[in-house]
Each structure stands twice: as structure tokens, then as C-alpha cells.
Design a binder for this molecule. Structure first.
Ligand SMILES: [Ca+2]
Ligand SMILES: [Ca+2]
Length: 694
């Protein structure tokens, strides 16, 4: 066992550290607790208010259960200071599975130990909503975190693990559409410590859409800085990252001694990144159809048995060192199988500082040269750092326009004869990879946990097996999520409802007596006024418009599915928001339903955030879809963010109205625009939804 720093034994959490520090002591404490528990039978308490929850939570004993009655609760501030034991954990759960939804400003601070928080759903909660604050041996399991996080500051973690929080487990949870970091380990104020032996396993991270240039990683193991070099011994395994595209780093590793294994990455606009820290093990992960597989910095990493398929750019990048990014040193990249990377299967960078001492051995590398971008060339190994003989005994198979590149020493140039379904391949009979690996004691198993070697020697690549041995595998990776077609609102568009020919008097805006509406060119200039469509819209529609604020202070709203002038859903944006750190954001979009805010504050920051004035002439192209329970606002063009590729659609607000907020789902109703200050509107169009699409 790795010894904990001495300071852990001081102060409030001395007890927490002591659990780990001495097994003898642990046994004694267990025995005492067990005896006490036998005397006082465990109890179950039901609560339905935050006050009752906190009052009960402060007094819970080992083995007790705290049950939250079924319901939807907003803005509960909860504290869990109680302590269970290893054999008698305290369970906090909903009355029935999935029957409790916490939303918006709900915050749970766990300071206790041996607690199990199970089966809750969190919707639109903000950053740091679940905080493990000097808490140990807790389990967060079977919870769903939907649309949580802080879009104003994407670096904030939804689930935050503090520096003195050890041996916690977060498992079988779903993180969907997170707006900032989903799970993050933080450090102490002096940047030196990071929590140890935490395990993040069997979770799903799904549909995370990038809102900003940085932050919003699915998992961040340490925030970077001096703590990089401290051992966290985190284990991240059996997680699925499905369209987890919040940051170029799907997992950002910034601490040492971590194990990241048996995860599946599919369709992510990013990759697994060892950004800082040393001595990490990256084993048996599967990456498919993502931007990249693995990128690495710093020293002593072991990257083995990974399968990287159809990565748009690079399979594995051994980065060059810079002032802030340590050059890789003494790493082992072995027994990986990389198929059809669009650019390099393995790229070894040299600038500004070249990787040193890194070995690239027994990898199976093949490509057919079909790249995602016409300007790309597929090269199997591009060794700009001149590792030379340290690239050895790899199998290369380049067909079509692909090139072998720097083959190093002892290369085998032959078709590996992969067989079986894509992603579940094995080496076919007579494969030149069989038994041809040089012996590496560090790689005692293959990617499915089968002991190497079978036969006369280990096989090159990630498998030590033929098809028959797959059934004996010790490791069962999560299923690869199917590739989903991007949502396309054009497929929903049916009959055009607005604008209709001028002869149709129903297709006009109404304005209140006091309103001012001036037509300038093809745009409506609205100043401190509101207008409304004369005809209500159907329950399902697609609306598009373009908008230009004339000042940062300008605010605008669209309200739809309203009854006359009342209720409805309202999307608001514009104005100035000043965050806790004094950061000014402009153009923040929020959604409410019948006056009840859906999200914690704000949903999204538009491009002119942190700028002094709106861009003159920068029209924001918006598209609103209301279809069944789906509400979706898209921004369409380069004005949304500076980092977006041209002409991409960015979904800004996606919400499924399941009736948890503001009563049951709203149907047909009026559509109105409200302008505070001055803004320009143009090209307003509405379609009904095609019935066959419904
Ligand atoms: Ca990042
Ligand atoms: Ca073999």
C-alpha cells in the first residue's frame, strides 16, 4: 500500500486516512463498529424536505438508510457528514428506483465516509453539485446526471473529488450532455495534493457537446500544475464515452500512477490524453471513429494492448515537449493494434523538445489510406524524434495510398490477416503476427485478459489469441455504442407556416399600441417592444431566424407554446452577466417554462462572451425545434464560437420536457418576440413538422 502524506493524519480527516494507513487499526475499528451496530439496529428514515434530510443525515449511524420520498426537488442544499463502516455503510436512496429528480441549484456535499448514494437523477444542476469534500470510501452509484455543469465556466466539475478524498467509487452512472467537466479531481490550495485510490468505472458519458474552447472534459484526474507529479492511483475502467466531445481531452490525466483501462471511446471529438503526470498505465482501451486515440506527455507511461480503429487523425501521439507540457520520456508503447488512422497510426513529435527513451514495440499497424480529409496522408509511423532502433518489431500493412513511414528495426511487412467482426477481430490462421513478438514481461496479458504467451511466443498487436480463445476472455469490454446519424432538423420540416403570401392576413405580427417596429432593408428593428404571431403555432414546429444585438446590454426573448400572452417556454439571451470571478459574459441563453427556470442559471454562452462589443454585422442564425418532448435550439454558422469549423450546427439548448418542471408538457400556442434595448431580426420562418416524422 502506498503511504499517505503525514499531513493526512492531522486534523479533521485523520480518521479517514487512518482507515487506509493501518489494516490492524481498521480491523479493530470495524470490530468495534460491528459490535455497536449489533446493539443498535439499523434504521430507515424517510424525508421529503431538505431540512429533514440534513437533520437526519447529521445523525445517521452505520447501516442506516436515508430514503427520499418520490418527487422532483429543486435547489436542495444537502450535507452528508455521517459515517458508516465497511460492513455497515449508510445508504441514501430514493423511495423507488428513479423516482427522485433533483434539479437546478441542488448541491450535495459529502464529508462522511462509507456512504452509498444510489439511484438519484440530477437534471440541470450546476457545477460542483456533488462534492466529495475530504470524504473517503464512499460510493456514488446508479445515478443519472443530465445536462449538469456550469456552461459559464466549463472548467468546473459536476462531481468534484477533493484532495483529501480517497478510495471513493463512482460507478454505473450516466453523464449526459454535461456543460462543464463531468468528474474532476481537485487539488489543495498549495497545489500539492490530489485524492488517491479513487475508482471511476462502468459509467456512460454521452452526448457532451463542446460549448467552449477548453474545459468540459468527461474526466479530469487533477487540474494540472505541481500536483501532476503526485500519485493519485486512480482507476478509470469499463467506462463508455459515446460522443463525449466537450474537449479535445475526453480524459485529461494530470496526476501520476493512474490506471486507465478497458474503456470504450466512440465518436468522440477528442482523445485520451496523458497531459501531465508520470507512470500511468493505459491498457486495453478501445477507440473507434474518434478524432484520435491517445496523446501523451511526461514520463514512464505504459501504453499497451489498446485497439484504435478509424481514428480521423492520429492513433497514438507521442508529443513534443514545451514549456508547459513535458516531453515524453522512457515510455513503452507496445502491443497496440491501430487500424485505419486517417493520418499517422503512431506519431512521434520532436518539437520543441523531442521524446526520449520511448520504445515502440510489437504494435500491429495497418491502414488502407482512405483518409477523412483529402489533404491528409496516412503514414503508419512518423518518427520525427529519430527514436531509431527504439521503434522495433512492429508489423506494418499499408495498402492503397497509405505509407509505412519509419519502420525502425525488425519490421514485419505483411498482411496480419485480421478476421471476425470489426472491433472484435482476432488474428486469422497463418497470421504473420502470431508468435512473432519480442518478449516484454510488462505485457503479461492481451487486451481481453488472456495470459501471454500462447504457443511459442506472444503475438504482435493487442490480441494473444485466435477466435476460439475470445470466449475465454477475462475482460469484457462494454459494447461499442452504435454510430448515430447527426440530428438534422431539415428532416422534420413539413408545411411552411410563416411567412405566407402577403395576401394571408393571419401571417403577420401583432404589436401592442406602445410598440415600435421599423422595417429597415429586410430586417425588423425592434426597440423595447414585443410582437406576437397572429396565428398560434402547432405543437410541433421548426422556427428559424437571425438576430443581431446592437449593444451588449440588448436582451431578447422568444416565448412559444404560450396561451395568449401567458405561460409558455421562454428562451432569453443577451445582457451582461458578471461571474464570481468578475468575468463578464454576454449573450447567455436561458430557458424557462411558465416562469420556472429549467437550468441552473444559464444554458450557454454565445461567441461574444468576454468581448467588449457585439461584432458589427455578426448575425446569429438560430433554429428552434419543438418536437414531442424535445426542445432544441441550434446556432448555425461561424458566429457562435471562434473555434467551430465553418458552417457547423451547434446545438445550444437541448432539453426533453418530461413534465418535471412547470407541469405537463406544453402543446400548441402563441409565439412572441420581446426585445429589450435594440436588436435586429430578419428571415423569420416557421414550418410545421412532417406527420410521418412524428
Ligand atoms: Ca482541456
Ligand atoms: Ca502466441
Amino acid at each position: 500500500m502506498v503511504g499517505l502524506p503525514e499531513q493526512l493524519l492531522l486534523g479533521k480527516k485523520a480518521e479517514c486516512a487512518a482507515w487506509k494507513e493501518s489494516s490492524m487499526q481498521t480491523v479493530m475499528i470495524f470490530t468495534i463498529c460491528f459490535a455497536v451496530t449489533l446493539m443498535a439496529a439499523a434504521k430507515t428514515y424517510e424525508v421529503n424536505t431538505a431540512e429533514a434530510f440534513n437533520r437526519r443525515a447529521a445523525a445517521l449511524k452505520p447501516g442506516d438508510e436515508l430514503v427520499v420520498r418520490s418527487g422532483v426537488y429543486a435547489d436542495w442544499k444537502l450535507e452528508l457528514p455521517c459515517k458508516g463502516t465497511a460492513s455497515q455503510p449508510i445508504v441514501i436512496r430514493p423511495e423507488q428506483p428513479n423516482s427522485v429528480v433533483f434539479r437546478r441549484g441542488t448541491v450535495i456535499t459529502v464529508q462522511g465516509d462509507w456512504l452509498v448514494l444510489r439511484g438519484f437523477q440530477f437534471e440541470h444542476c450546476g457545477g460542483h453539485m456533488l462534492y466529495l469534500d475530504h470524504a473517503c470510501h464512499n460510493r456514488i452509484t446508479d445515478c443519472r446526471f443530465l445536462w449538469c455543469g456550469n456552461p459559464r465556466w466549463t472548467f468546473v466539475s459536476t462531481v468534484k473529488i477533493s484532495d483529501l478524498s480517497h478510495s471513493n467509487r463512482i460507478d454505473h452512472c450516466t453523464f449526459e450532455a454535461s456543460k462543464s467537466v463531468s468528474i474532476g479531481q481537485s487539488v489543495s490550495r498549495n497545489q500539492q495534493r490530489v485524492g488517491q485510490h479513487n475508482r471511476i468505472d462502468h459509467n456512460i458519458f454521452r452526448d457532451i457537446i463542446r460549448l467552449y474552447g477548453n474545459g468540459q472534459e468527461a474526466i479530469q484526474l487533477g487540474p494540472g500544475g505541481p500536483s501532476d507529479q503526485n500519485a493519485a492511483h486512480a482507476i478509470v475502467e469499463y467506462n463508455v464515452f459515446d460522443n463525449a466531445s466537450g474537449d479535445a481531452e475526453v480524459i485529461s490525466n494530470k496526476s501520476s500512477g493512474n490506471t486507465i483501462r478497458y474503456n470504450v471511446f466512440a465518436d468522440c471529438k477528442g482523445q485520451l490524453v496523458l497531459r501531465g503526470g508520470k507512470d500511468c498505465l493505459v491498457e486495453g482501451n478501445l477507440s473507434i471513429r474518434s478524432t484520435g486515440g491517445i496523446r501523451m506527455h511526461d514520463r514512464g507511461h505504459t501504453i499497451i494492448n489498446n485497439l484504435i480503429v478509424a481514428s480521423q487523425r492520429v492513433g497514438i501521439v507521442v508529443s513534443g515537449g514545451t514549456e508547459n507540457y513535458a516531453a515524453p520520456q522512457d515510455c513503452l508503447i507496445a502491443h497496440n493494434t491501430i487500424v485505419n488512422a486517417g493520418k499517422e497510426a503512431i506519431k512521434i513529435a520532436c518539437k520543441p523538445e523531442a521524446a526520449k527513451g520511448t520504445r515502440v514495440i510489437n504494435n500491429l499497424l495497418m491502414a488502407d489510406g482512405k483518409t477523412a480529409y483529402t489533404w491528409q496522408k496516412s503514414v503508419l509511423v512518423h518518427d520525427t524524434a529519430s527514436l531509431g532502433d527504439r521503434v522495433m518489431n512492429n508489423l506494418f500493412w499499408a495498402t492503397g495510398k497509405a505509407q509505412i513511414g519509419d519502420e525502425g528495426k525488425g519490421a514485419i511487412l505483411a498482411d496480419p490477416l485480421l478476421t471476425g467482426p470489426a472491433g472484435g477481430w482476432a488474428l486469422g490462421a497463418g497470421s504473420p503476427a502470431i508468435d512473432r513478438a519480442v518478449s516484454l514481461p510488462k505485457v503479461a496479458y492481451d487486451r481481453l485478459g488472456i495470459a501471454r504467451p500462447i504457443g511459442r511466443g506472444s503475438d504482435i498487436g493487442a490480441w494473444e489469441s485466435d477466435l476460439s480463445s475470445v470466449s475465454r476472455s477475462q475482460v469484457v469490454l462494454p459494447e461499442i455504442p452504435p454510430h448515430r446519424k447527426p440530428f438534422d432538423a431539415n428532416n422534420l420540416k413539413g408545411e411552411k407556416l410563416f411567412p405566407l403570401p402577403a395576401a394571408n392576413p393571419a401571417a403577420t405580427w401583432t404589436r401592442p399600441e406602445t410598440g415600435e417596429m421599423v422595417q429597415e432593408d429586410d430586417a425588423l428593428k425592434l426597440s423595447d417592444t414585443q410582437i406576437r404571431l397572429k396565428t398560434p403555432l402547432p405543437a410541433d414546429f421548426v422556427a428559424e431566424w437571425e438576430y443581431l444585438p446592437t449593444a451588449l446590454e440588448s436582451r431578447a426573448k422568444v416565448t412559444f407554446a404560450a396561451t395568449g400572452t401567458h405561460g409558455g417556454y421562454t428562451l432569453s439571451w443577451g445582457g451582461i452577466y458578471k461571474g464570481s470571478k468578475g468575468i463578464k459574459c454576454h449573450g447567455i441563453i436561458t430557458l424557462d417554462k411558465a416562469g420556472d427556470m429549467v437550468a441552473d442559471g444559464h444554458d450557454i454562452v454565445m461567441e461574444y462572451c468576454r468581448k467588449e462589443t457585439p461584432k458589427p454585422g455578426a448575425w446569429y442564425r438560430c433554429r428552434l425545434i419543438k418536437h414531442g418532448e424535445l426542445l432544441r435550439l441550434e446556432m448555425y454558422d461561424t458566429q457562435v464560437t471562434t473555434w467551430q469549423a465553418k458552417d457547423t450546427v451547434t446545438p445550444i439548448v437541448i432539453w426533453r420536457d418530461r413534465g418535471h418542471i412547470g407541469g405537463s408538457r406544453l402543446g400548441a400556442g402563441t409565439f412572441g418576440i420581446k426585445q429589450s434595448g435594440t436588436g435586429l431580426w430578419r428571415n423569420f420562418r416557421v414550418w410545421g413538422c412532417r406527420t410521418e416524422a412524428m
